[in-house]
Structure formats: C-alpha cells, structure tokens
Design a binder for this molecule. Structure first.
Ligand code: TGC
Ligand code: FAD
Length: 387
C-alpha cells in the first residue's frame, strides 16, 4: 500500500541537503505548528510569538545571500520549504512568502546598498516583519490603475492613498508600498509609526484566519528620499516580485493538497458504513485516485519549474501555469476530501475544511485563476486579452 502523497517517488530525486531540509520542516510543522493551529485559526490570529523560531529555522531570506543575513539557498529549496509550511496552513506559508518574496526580494533587487544593509539582516532574523502593498480597494487584478500617489517634496516624498488586503498589514514594521509618481510607478519603504501611515485590521474573514490581513492608509505621509527603492521603475518592478511569490505558492498549494488527501485517505480506511470501510467503495476510491494523481502531476510540475527557476529559465508564464494548476487542483482536492469526511469534514477537529477555506484566498491572491489563464493565453497566442 502506498501510504503517503509521493506516489511516484518524486522526492527520491532530491539531493541529501534538499531532503534534509524538507524533512526537518515537516517535523517542525507536525510537532509544533499543527498542535496549535486549530486554536489560532479559531481566534483569527497568526502565532507571531513563533517568529523567532521561524527565523531560527532559516525561513526568512532563503534565497538571499548570506552576507545580508539570508540562507543563500536555491529556489528549489525555497519551494520545498513553502510546500512544507502550507501543509500546516496557508497562513504560515503566506507569512514566509511575503517576508521572502515580497519584502526581502524587492529590497535586495531594487534597494540601495544602505537599504540592504539596514533591512535585510533585521528581516532575516525576524526582528522586523514586512508587508507588500500593491492591491487597492478599487484595483486588484489591474494594479496599473492604482490611485496611490507619491508627490516629490523637499527631501523626500508625500504619499496619499490606500492599500487593501495586505498580508501582515497590521503588524508590519516596514511596508513595501507601490505608488505612482510623475516618473511612473515607484516603490517606497514606509516604516511603522511614520506620521500619516495608518494600519487597520480587516475583520470577518472566513479564509486565511490564521494570517494577519490589513488595510494601509497614507494621509500626507512623508517618506525620506532614502526610503525610496532607487532601482524600481515602472509596474515591471512590483510584478517581478509577484513572480517570486507565485512560484512559492505553486509549491505551497501541493502541500495543502497533501494534507487534505492524507487526512481523507486515513479517514476512509477507518470510517465504516454498510459494514465495511468507506475506502472499500469504488466511488470513494475514485475520489482518492483523482487526488493522488493531481498531487503527483503538481509535484512533477514543481520539480521541473524549480530546476528551471534555479537555472534562470523560468518565465513569468511558466510560473503562472504552476500557480494556476496547482492551486486549482488543491482546491478541488480539498473539496473532495471534505466530501469524504462528510459531516466530520465541517468541523475543525479535522484540518481539511481549514485548508479548503484558505485555498479560496490562494485561488484569488497573487493573480486570480482567471488572470493566470490570460497570462498563459497571451504566452501561447501572442494576443493580450486583459482589456
Ligand atoms: P503589462 O502592460 O502587461 O506589464 C507592465 C510591465 O510589466 C512587465 N510585466 C512583468 N514583469 C515581470 N514579471 C511579470 N509577471 C510581468 N508581467 C508584466 C511588462 O513586460 C511591462 O514591462 P515594460 O517594461 O514593457 O513596461 O501590465 P498590465 O497592466 O497589462 O497587467 C498585466 C497583468 C494583469 C498580468 C498584471 O497586472 C497582473 O499580474 N495582475 C494581477 C495582480 C496581482 O497578482 N496582484 C497580487 C498582489 S500581491 C498579493 O496578492 C500577495 S498575497 C501574498 C500572500 O499572502 O501569500
Ligand atoms: P478583482 O480584480 O476585482 O477581480 C474580480 C473578479 O473579476 C475575479 O474573478 C477576477 O478573476 C475577474 N477579472 C478581473 N479582471 C479580469 C479580466 N481582465 N478578465 C477576466 N476576468 C477578470 N494584495 C497585496 O498587494 N498584498 C498582499 O499582501 C495581499 N494579500 C492578500 C491576502 C488575502 C487573504 C487576500 C484575499 C488578498 C490579498 N491581496 C494582497 C490582494 C489580492 O492580490 C487581490 O485580491 C487579487 O489580486 C484580486 O483582486 P480583487 O480581489 O480586487 O479582484
């Protein structure tokens, strides 16, 4: 009997280092995160007291060079890490996605040497948490329509506008904020406590409850010139950060799918109806077979994409295919697993319903499923169909 999610033995291709990191994060999630997630999910909070431990595990700045406090590891390892974190909860992977891909990456790629020296070690050690403000209340899929403005003033910039649905938005010590200037889109580092910078919590979420989601408001918020990202010019800059995060989400979604599949399979083997385990019914087996087949295909997609990313060959539309496919399949797997658990599948004693609800957000953020369809559509036809 093939007991776990790696049906084809895909992980046998991992190097010793890759396997060791994957297994140590797996043990961390199983032993330290899963026992507490139910309570934090119910409270609607992320366990921020775990941040030093996450930093200790090297989860912040995985691909950032060691000279800036990062781990200097491969994108492949970054992907494996996201997979293992999201096996725990999408909120845990989200925290890591944002810190790695949407905060440390733009500072590393577009920041001045002073900005890198100041911020990257603090972010890598978890002493500071960051967030990324691109989406606005009226501009989600179309960030080019953003209304947040940065106007040049003596010694710096004055920001006005707002950002919505920002992961870590309430707690962030530093926000990477994208705003239009007279020269096009620019990135700014806005520090907590800056006059005119307001961080509000978004309440009432049914999805990603164990993740901080906020609104950022800028009211004549003055930012010194040294807090502008000097190398970031145009919409291309924030979109390049999305490629990094989307890549990690493609891996993470398969982690969530594995958690749901394994729970449903174990349940089906022990739950008895009509005097036999429900795993013995053909219809239940069909659902489990669909799940493991899609997990296996998703893993293979990640494996190829991961090696391409490390070789510098992964284009944004390759990443879109993996994000689109893997999140869609993970959501289908979570729904199917929930149906196997039936009534028990609606309570938080089991993890499937939490993953299922989380994946509704993952389907939407970092480019909705539809947007990724159009990105791939453009890549294969040469015709842009967004507008
Ligand atoms: P378009 O005219 O196509 O492009 C503008 C410029 O950007 C370039 N470009 C890219 N560069 C790097 N990577 C990409 N993926 C890029 N896509 C486009 C493009 O070549 C062009 O460059 P240049 O030099 O010629 O000016 O832009 P558009 O306005 O038509 O929009 C295209 C579209 C719709 C694909 C894009 O806007 C998009 O991806 N929309 C989705 C928005 C999105 O994903 N938002 C995510 C917000 S962050 C988030 O959700 C975090 S959740 C985190 C968590 O908790 O895990
Ligand atoms: P809209 O853009 O209004 O889309 C509505 C619907 O229209 C969707 O189904 C969409 O697919 C469809 N649609 C839109 N345009 C087209 C088109 N051209 N063709 C066909 N269909 C189209 N953003 C950040 O900047 N930073 C964050 O940290 C962050 N974290 C998030 C955390 C959570 C929990 C959530 C839910 C969102 C987060 N977001 C964040 C925002 C996220 O990126 C946006 O929600 C997403 O980009 C979609 O934007 P929207 O919700 O405004 O939907």
């Amino acid at each position: 009997m093939v007991e776990r999610s790696d049906f084809l033995g895909v992980f046998e291709q991992l190097s010793e280092e890759e396997r060791m990191i994957m297994e140590s994060l797996r043990a961390f999630v199983d032993e330290q995160y899963l026992p507490i997630i139910r309570e934090y999910h119910a409270r609607g909070e992320f366990p921020f007291e775990m941040v030093p431990q996450l930093a200790e595990l090297g989860l912040f700045g995985i691909t950032i060079p060691e000279e800036y406090g990062g781990a200097g590891l491969s994108y492949f390892i970054y992907g494996l890490a996201m997979q293992e974190l999201e096996r725990g909860d999408s909120g845990l992977r989200s925290l890591a996605s944002v810190q790695n891909s949407l905060v440390m990456f733009p500072i590393f790629k577009y920041g001045s040497e002073e900005q890198k020296q100041k911020w990257l070690p603090l972010l890598a050690s978890g002493q500071k948490i960051g967030c990324f403000g691109l989406t606005e209340p009226d501009h989600g899929s179309d960030p080019g329509g953003m209304e947040t403005r940065a106007e040049k003033v003596s010694g710096g910039w004055r920001l006005n506008g707002s950002k919505m649905w920002i992961t870590n938005g309430t707690v962030a010590d530093v926000a990477v904020v994208w705003a239009k200037t007279s020269e096009g889109v620019s990135g700014f580092l806005v520090e907590k406590g800056t006059k005119g910078f307001i961080q509000n919590k978004i309440h009432g979420k049914f999805s990603l409850r164990a993740s901080d989601t906020g609104e950022l408001v800028f009211e004549d918020c003055e930012i010194p010139e040294e807090n502008r990202l000097p190398q970031a010019r145009g919409l291309r800059a924030p979109l390049s950060c999305l490629n990094e995060a989307r890549y990690g989400i493609a891996w993470g979604a398969i982690g969530a799918a594995m958690a749901c599949y394994e729970e449903a399979r174990d349940y089906a083997l022990t739950r008895t109806q009509f005097s036999k385990p429900i795993a013995g019914f053909q219809l239940v087996q069909h659902k489990l077979v669909e799940m493991i087949s899609e997990i296996t295909k998703g893993l293979l997609l990640n494996l190829q994409l991961g090696r391409m990313k490390d070789a510098g060959k992964a284009k944004h539309y390759h990443i879109s295919m993996a994000k689109r496919n893997n999140v869609h399949q993970a959501l289908q797997i979570a729904r199917s697993a929930r149906s196997i658990l039936a009534a028990n599948g609606i309570i938080d004693e089991y993890q499937t319903i939490r993953h299922m609800l989380n994946l509704e957000s993952v389907y939407t953020y970092e480019g909705t499923h539809d947007i990724h369809t159009l990105i791939i559509g453009e890549a294969i036809t040469g015709i842009e169909a967004f507008r």
